[in-house]
Design a protein. Sequence first.
Length: 314
Amino acid sequence: MGLDKACLNSHSEEMSENKPSELLSRIQHLEKEVADREADLQRYRSEIGQLNSRLEGLIEKLHQELRLAHQIQKHLVPTEFPNLQGFEFSSKFLPSTISGGDYFDIFEHDDKLRFGLVVSSASGHAMSALLLSVLLKLTGQMEARQGAQPNRILSSICKDILLESVEGDQAEIFYSMMDRRSFTLQYSLVGNISVLYQKARTRDVEVLSTGNSSLSPDFDEVVAMGSLQMNPKDRLVIVTQGITSAQNLEGEEFGVERLIPLLGNEPKQGVHELRNAIFHAVEQHRSGQELQRDQTVIVVEVKERVIKLAGQPE
């Protein structure tokens, strides 16, 4: 018994002597792990700082490119229309820095008694650039200037755009051709551009549509065409989606239903007054919020004093 007790005491003393050494070793090991982790954190902080700098540079470059695209688009949108006897035009374009882009143009055909009107709106600056390049090519093509039917022209536009569009792209296009001999308007519409036709005699307002959805990568519809006969003082009001989709503080869109009363509120107002009234109403509706999309309004009116000469040579 005495011997066993002595052995136990000796073992206990040995453990007591080893414990501080093991504890010290453990502490040193933990200190090394902390130092290693701190070194990792420093390296990560340095890498994150470098990535942030690169990201800020890329963002600034993107902003510069968007500003450049915005300026190019702004300069390409026409400020003057050709002098087309028998019609009065009024237009206004407000660009958005968030999502572009709208484009419109009015151009004469080789047959001077015909002219074309195109209005487009795209989901973003990239799609806008693609759409714009196709439209600019269109206005230089002889087929358009020789008076091909709008659905053929628009089908050609859609085909060209679909070759380059990607998932998420979306575009709206209105293309029309007016024959000034008979004041017949032929038109095709793809997407959510709102086109309102007001008859001067009754003040009734009709929303024109050809039933086609927006242009996107999976678009496979046959582009339809509509036609109408315009009379003295009749009007067309064309607005892009930036107008109808403008939201108030509660998230409610302006919509087409708020446009219709504006056309009938003051029968004697001119095309410029009507255009300004539309923008004023939309501005009040969105309560100063930033423009989410480009906004375009075009008002076209048939002049009474000239339409009486329809069919006569100029």
